[in-house]
Design a binder for this molecule. Structure first.
Ligand code: SAM
Ligand code: SF4
Length: 326
């Protein structure tokens, strides 16, 4: 069977509502580069069939920056590394409301509050809840959170506050995890996802590619994401931050990035698949190709510690390729 016949056979299964097997996914991961365009095109057809032409546009607010107790080797906000990033603590609800309003006016579908800590202290959690309540009352945009580890009580409180989705990334394959973090475990991350799901929150999870993992390990992460079946997958492409152990990490070839996005689409046809950090620095076209290879979401107007594209530029890019914002 040719690569195209195999890709089409897998696509047929997806269109018939049958999940492709792990074996199929592994074989798709190993198709030769010259057949990658067919893989990407078929992934795009699945995206259109299940999700239409809409692109999910999200803006982030890094409500607590830097000096994190954890040693994640890729992260410019870890207290273990001297990255020269300014530190700040939680802003007031009023300050966040101004930014959330702006995000809504700029066409953002959702607004994600992100905090650089292992887990929220009771005092910080109370303050985050005040911020969420104020956004609900004054802005009316879908709120998402990425606040690290959660207790069951905290997850239920977020649900009560109508938080739609909780982000917590697996970061990489289980077999790679101890090389990129020693202050917590892969299981800790899985446990938080479980707590969030049990509280009724939608899940957003994914990781970072280009950490020096093998293709086998990208397959491992992809299959784990397929097992969890989150409403949203978020894939960052490593931005090597000066001062972190990964500052000299070589870029992943674009073909590996496209391959990963396309295969996630075969495995998770209904999910939002978002291109997160690293889009502007790793991709010459800033995501155009990936939005036609399985992805259907982007983050605009900057990331946690780095600037991103201005939303106008991203909206023009989306329009140029014939897609729409939600
Ligand atoms: N501290 C919480 C946690 O780790 O779950 C929440 C915030 S954490 C800063 C948000 C995500 O940003 C991480 O899970 C990681 O996937 C991503 N990220 C951090 N540094 C990155 C980098 N240098 N390049 C790409 N993605 C990065
Ligand atoms: Fe802390 Fe999250 Fe960065 Fe890890 S990824 S160092 S937990 S902020």
């Amino acid at each position: 069977m040719s690569s195209l016949e195999f890709i089409k056979e897998c696509q047929e299964k997806v269109f018939s509502g049958i999940r492709i097997s792990s074996e199929d996914a592994k074989n798709l991961f190993n198709i030769p580069n010259e057949d990658l365009k067919d893989l990407a095109r078929c992934a795009d057809e699945i995206t259109r069939d299940y999700n239409g032409n809409k692109v999910d546009v999200e803006q982030l607010n890094n409500i607590k920056k830097n000096a994190c107790s954890e040693d994640c080797t890729f992260c410019g906000q870890s207290a273990f590394f001297d990255t020269g990033i300014e530190t700040y603590q939680l802003p007031t609800p009023q300050e966040v409301v101004v930014k959330a309003k702006k995000a809504k006016e700029e066409g953002a579908e959702s607004y994600c509050l992100v905090a650089a800590w292992r887990e929220p202290s009771p005092k910080d959690f109370t303050n985050v809840c005040k911020i969420i309540a104020e956004i609900n009352e004054k802005v009316g945009i879908s709120v998402e959170c990425s606040l690290g580890f959660l207790t069951k009580g905290q997850a239920s409180k977020l649900k009560e506050l109508k938080v739609k989705r909780y982000n917590h990334n697996l970061e990489t394959a289980k077999s790679k995890f101890s090389e990129i973090c020693t202050t917590h475990t892969y299981q800790d991350r899985l446990d938080t996802l479980e707590i969030a799901r049990e509280a009724g929150l939608e899940l957003c999870t994914g990781g970072i590619i280009g950490l020096g993992e093998t293709r086998e390990q990208r397959i491992e992460l992809t299959l784990e994401l397929a097992r969890i079946y989150p409403e949203e997958v978020t894939i960052n492409i490593l931005v090597p931050v000066p001062g972190t152990p990964l500052e000299l990490q070589a870029n992943l070839p674009n073909s590996e990035i496209t391959r990963m996005f396309s295969i996630i689409r075969f495995l998770l046809p209904e999910s939002v698949i978002k291109i997160s950090g690293g889009r502007e620095t790793n991709l010459e076209d800033s995501g155009e190709e990936l939005l036609q290879s399985g992805a259907n979401g982007i983050i605009t107007e900057g990331y946690l510690t780095m600037d991103g594209n201005k939303s106008q530029k991203d909206l023009e890019m989306i329009e140029k390729i014939g897609l729409e914002i939600k």
